[in-house]
Write a protein that binds this ligand. Structure first.
Ligand SMILES: *Cc1c(COP(=O)(O)O)cnc(C)c1O
Length: 379
């Protein structure tokens, strides 16, 4: 099955009790047993729910994995993955990381005894230098947020293998349409399904996909034992959103390309970060591992102040000033004060999150309207 077919048919079959082509929203907390312990595979909806199952199978199919697990949010999914570790274990991650992941790592897991190293992961030697006997996991985000660096999944996968480390990839920005990390020996793929997978800015959800049976069992144990599961209605919405993922991603990529090129030649714009540019430092890696370049773009202004960025953000008609990304509508954000405010300023400046930096999630509207919007806001 090819990708667009999988979005619609992957792991899906008509509802066995009625033939309903869409999985019903099984809005139930429990299931009746015919005798103690005799049931039809469902006991309690924290542990299993048929609507959630349908989504979990679909997600596994999209990532070419064996097992999918859904969580109440992207961060709940990340939380479950880090709970595979023990006090004393160490994780190597990138220095330009989703702010919420950074906060979870530093503020929740470090006090519990798990140590995190944040390095410029585009540079493989920086990762190698950090590996020691306590290192258990490499945490990769690519493209990175918000600087759009590309991490070489193949090289990172080889490094993880060689050193017996788990490799986890947050694939939220790329989606399985653009790249499938399990192909490069990633052990764990994580998503904020809130973003492109759901795609309509109407649900918060997270997902994990793995191949290994033992890893799947441990994660399912954590999913049930800690209980951060999504409800069936949200599972239905994400499953519905995924059906148009391939179509939406094509348009996000087309619009993204035109927005990036427009910004690049604009006199008020300083730098534009988008992996599709020839001169992007990791362009070749992007070409090797991604089908296209996505709809996420960051740019800074020649007038490098928060005031200048604020002015532009307030002028937009279609790019709504909001946290989040990956929905059908275009969004714009100010990383330094919004998504990345929890990262210390010194650390932010070091990786390029300057005060005028604006991050765009380019939606699927008509490109003429989006370019007009950018042009008038920048004036
Ligand atoms: C949004 C996001 C998350 C967190 O997901 P939530 O669904 O908001 O909890 C994690 N990683 C990345 C890259 C994200 O963009």
């Amino acid at each position: 099955m090819k990708f667009a077919t999988k979005t619609i048919h992957g792991g899906q079959k008509p509802d066995p009790s009625t033939g309903a082509i869409m999985p019903p929203i099984y809005q139930t907390s429990t299931y009746v047993q015919s005798a103690p312990g005799e049931h039809q595979g469902y006991e309690y909806s924290r542990s299993q729910n048929p609507t959630r199952d349908a989504l979990q199978k679909n997600l596994a199919a999209l990532e070419n994995g064996q097992h999918g697990l859904c969580f109440a949010s992207g961060l709940a999914a990340i939380d479950a993955v880090i709970k595979l570790l023990q006090p004393g274990d160490e994780v190597i991650s990138s220095d330009d990381l989703y702010g919420g992941s950074y906060r979870l790592f530093k503020k929740i897991f470090e006090p519990l005894g798990i140590k995190f190293h944040f390095v410029a992961m585009q540079n493989i030697s920086k990762v190698e230098e950090m590996i020691n006997p306590n290192t258990k996991m490499i945490w990769v985000e690519t493209p990175t947020n918000p600087m759009m660096n590309i991490i070489d999944l193949k090289v990172m996968g080889q490094l993880a293998r060689k050193n017996g480390l788990l490799m986890a990839v947050d694939n939220t920005f790329a989606t399985p349409f653009l790249q499938q990390p399990l192909k490069y020996h990633a052990d764990i793929v994580v998503h904020s399904a809130t973003k492109y997978l759901g795609g309509h800015s109407d649900v918060i959800m997270g997902a994990v996909v793995v191949n290994d049976d033992d890893l799947a069992e441990r994660l399912a144990f954590i999913q049930n034992a800690c209980g951060a599961v999504p409800g069936p209605q949200d599972c239905f919405l994400v499953l519905r959103g995924i059906k148009t993922l391939a179509l939406r991603m094509e348009r996000h990529c087309d619009n993204g390309k035109q927005v990036a090129q427009f910004l690049k030649q604009h006199p008020r714009v300083d730098k534009v970060y988008w992996p599709g540019f020839q001169e992007h430092p990791n362009h070749a890696v992007a070409n090797a591992q991604m089908r296209d370049y996505g709809g996420m773009i960051s740019f800074s202004l020649k007038d490098n102040t928060q005031e200048a960025a604020t002015k532009v953000l307030q002028q937009f008609r279609f790019f709504a000033l909001a946290e989040s990304l990956g929905g059908v509508e275009s969004l714009a954000g100010h990383p330094a004060s919004m998504t990345h405010a929890s990262i210390p300023e010194e650390q932010r400046e070091k990786v390029g999150i300057v005060n005028s930096l604006i991050r765009l999630s380019v939606g699927i509207e008509d490109i003429e309207d989006l370019l007009d919007d950018l042009d008038s806001a920048l004036k």
